[in-house]
Design a protein around this ligand. Structure first.
Ligand code: BDR
Ligand code: CA
Length: 309
């Protein structure tokens, strides 16, 4: 299996990302780091541990990272995820405490301590990864690759032009994309195909375990808020799609292309510029997900949920 770190801001869909990473036989979840994003860091750091607790995953360290973006004020997404970031189910006490290390320290220890190159999958604003690369440059040659949920080849969701994770910390995104580490963007253009239809909910509930039941309560809430905010009653489950890039690459069409992020626009901050037609003549610097086998993706998620507690 590929050793992975998940950097996340749970968040309903982040929980499914954690579960896919923990439950899929092609991945070994070594560590989790949390960032302020969907809600404040105290909530995301607790919620990540709640997600692992519910699924019966023990012994995976969870460390808190940045409370907000590198250069901007944090704006959060309670309208989608609720006040505590995991609206819907009653949340159990986390079985394990937060790791005493910072996210940077945990990332560094995990990457440098692994005999196999470790991949990082980021499903929130990519602040923690940017800070780790800035402060520990020796990591650059040691990370297998970075896969990130965020951006889009098209338009945004949080502003007309920007996707939420890109919009929260575009400077961090620019730093990570510029690091030279293999980078894959999994944006709204594919995650908006991963819609939680009633049929998908049934498929995920079939396992009948605690994870599936808790997950279904999350999806109930998530679909309701996506309907209220975006008019999408079948909410798009963005974050596990990024995990699937490593868990089951056959689900994807990836395009090697030029990715830039808008840092200075009056209305377009956080917009991802993906030069699929190659009109800019710049060197490709990223892989971008341009196609998704939706059925195969959901099969993988359902199987992973079934393997958990
Ligand atoms: C992204 O924003 C967050 O609300 C979700 O968890 C996902 O990572 C989608 O734009
Ligand atoms: Ca997220």
């Amino acid at each position: 299996p590929i050793p992975v770190i998940i950097d996340c801001d749970p968040g309903h869909d982040d929980v499914f990302a954690l579960w896919l990473a923990a439950g899929h036989p092609s991945l070994e979840l070594l560590a989790v780091t949390t960032v302020g994003g969907n809600v404040a860091l105290e909530h995301t750091s607790r919620n990540a541990r709640v997600a692992l607790t519910v699924a019966g995953v023990r012994g995976v360290p969870v460390a808190a990272g940045a409370s907000g973006p590198m250069e901007r004020e944090l704006e959060t997404a309670e309208s989608i995820h609720g006040e505590n970031g995991l609206g819907g189910p009653e949340l159990p006490e986390p079985a394990e405490p937060l790791d005493a290390r910072s996210a940077t320290e945990l990332i560094a220890d995990t990457v440098l301590g692994s005999p196999e190159p470790v991949a990082i999958i980021a499903t929130g604003p990519i602040t923690n990864v940017a800070i780790a690369l800035r402060d520990r440059p020796e990591l650059v040659g040691r990370i297998r690759e970075i896969v990130w949920m965020g951006g889009s080849t098209e338009r945004g969701n949080w502003t007309p032009y920007a996707e939420f994770n890109a919009w929260v910390d575009p400077e961090a995104l620019a730093l990570v994309v510029g690091s030279g580490i293999r980078f894959t963007m999994v944006g709204l253009n594919v995650t908006h195909q991963a819609l939680v239809t009633p049929a998908v909910r049934e498929r995920l509930a079939v396992a009948g375990n605690r994870t599936a039941a808790f997950g279904d309560e999350l999806l109930e809430f998530f679909c309701r808020t996506n309907d209220e905010v975006f008019g999408l009653a079948d909410g798009p489950l963005h974050d596990p799609v990024a995990v699937a890039v490593l868990a089951d690459p056959g689900c994807f069409e990836l395009t090697h292309t030029r990715l830039d992020v808008e840092l200075a626009g009056a209305e377009t901050v956080g917009a991802t510029s993906v030069d699929l037609a190659g009109v800019l003549g710049r060197e490709p610097n990223a892989w971008v997900a341009t196609g998704l086998d939706v059925e195969r993706f959901w099969d993988g998620v359902a199987e992973a949920v079934g393997r958990l507690g």
